[in-house]
Write a protein that binds this ligand. Sequence first.
Ligand code: CAA
Length: 382
Amino acid sequence: MDFSFTEEQLMIQDVARRIAQEKIGPSAEGFDKSGEFPLENIRLLGENGLMGIEVPGEYGGADMDPIAYVLAMVEIAAADAAHSTIMSVNNSLFCNGILTHGTEAQKQKYVRAIAEGSAIGAFALTEPQSGSDATAMRCRAVKQDDGSYKINGKKSWITSGPVAKYIVLFAMTDPDKGARGITAFLIDTDKPGFGRGKTEPKLGIRASATCEIEFNDYIVDADDVLGNEGEGFKIAMGVLDAGRIGIASQSIGIARAAYEATLAYVKERKAFGQPIGAFQMTQAKIADMKCKLDASLLLTLRAAWLKGQGKKFTTEASVAKLTASEACMWIAHQAVQIHAGMGYSKEMPVERYFRDAKITEIYEGTSEIQRLVIARNETGLR
Ligand code: CAA
């Protein structure tokens, strides 16, 4: 076993850290306040290979491995969670699915623009009445005589929905078949029949725009079906396995930022004549934060390593996502508690870390769904 990173992995980590510190960190508070989408920063990340880290060079990406993706995501998330949400959807949910299941023409047409940062991608699975129970979707795609599909329905909670040029969409082609009746499609949002609904006012990751989207007699050409008809649910689940590595990495970044702010604060802030970090109650919290942070990183690297080796990593991705997201929420909570009044104030970033942390336990599969996936795979029972 080798715990060292390759030169390439360290290089992309350095690139991400530099952009995070020079551009993203200083603008994070402003974007959190305004809720504006950070388009210019996202373009910059794309130009530096960070929107298609695992995408081969021939499709405009950085051609690196999943470990490099984890390292880069952690750096961006430590500067601002909202930027890392956009980065994670573009990398894991959009590019990854098309690279795995797309035709050559689909890869050229859809992946390049997103990987290079000239356009934004999205992933549309959730609907107003179906989140965790993804097979209960109602969005319908009906095959036409010419082989195209007519799509009608609504999707909700679409990350980057307000600005996305292309979307990977999941719709029911055969409702009687349940999970086996779902098909994946590639959507161009400039075509007629596509519409955007209300933008969600969110607790955290406020600069990552989220909205409902609607399809009214939207026509998808046969060339824009991703994979085969009826394979959509398996494509979605496979893509989410990879996505969960991204959200675990995001959780580590937010948690690291909260931890580092706390570590500095406990050395400076004095109470009862000494730095609060000298009190055993604070020291116990620091030790627990450190353990949870390290455990999260190691579990996430394990899942990424398995993915890079082409091995199955469903359980490991869920273990990483569950552990890292719950650690992130706990660490952000302790960071606010240790900062006390200053942690509750918008004058310090700790308050933002606390708000941003919560979503990691919810999207790309709630903690309850991660436990279900892990336990089903471990026991073989359901
Ligand atoms: N990889 C490949 N195939 C898989 C799979 C995986 N990880 N998991 C399941 N499948 C296959 C199964 O083998 C099965 O195939 P067969 O029909 O051939 O047997 C099929 O999919 C159906 O599987 P299940 O019977 O296990 O399906 P289920 O209805 O019981 O649901 C679930 C399983 C785990 C609960 C799943 O619905 C799930 O993960 N739900 C959570 C959805 C989710 O994460 N949503 C997040 C929205 S996206 C988002 O948040 C993005 C964003 O904007 C940031």
